[in-house]
Design a protein around this ligand. Sequence first.
Ligand SMILES: [Zn+2]
Length: 118
Amino acid sequence: MTAVSYQPRLTMAGVEVSECTECGRRAAPPTGACPWCRGPVRETHVEAEGTVWSSTVVHIEVRPGQPAPFGMAYVDLGESGPRVLVVMEDAVRLPRGTRVRMEAAEQGSWWARGVVSA
Ligand SMILES: [Zn+2]
């Protein structure tokens, strides 16, 4: 049985994604085939910056080491995605369109920091 990561990975080159060689859509974490058209994919990276699509503040503790409250956001990475769910540095809701940057965190996870308002 193969272990599967459900969390995107941030490396020095950017965020690891798979890009479909047929329809061009991207997925993070990388998949073995395109989730939309089942076409072949190649692994690549996208820049670790993006735009907030939606965000919220979570007021309950959902896992050890993640004290509440904390912010979460769906962020569209790079110019054309993918959209990823990230924990925010601060427990605040960010307006849609806010520019954020992914930063490495402990234990291989990551969080996002607002950098420029839309
Ligand atoms: Zn595809």
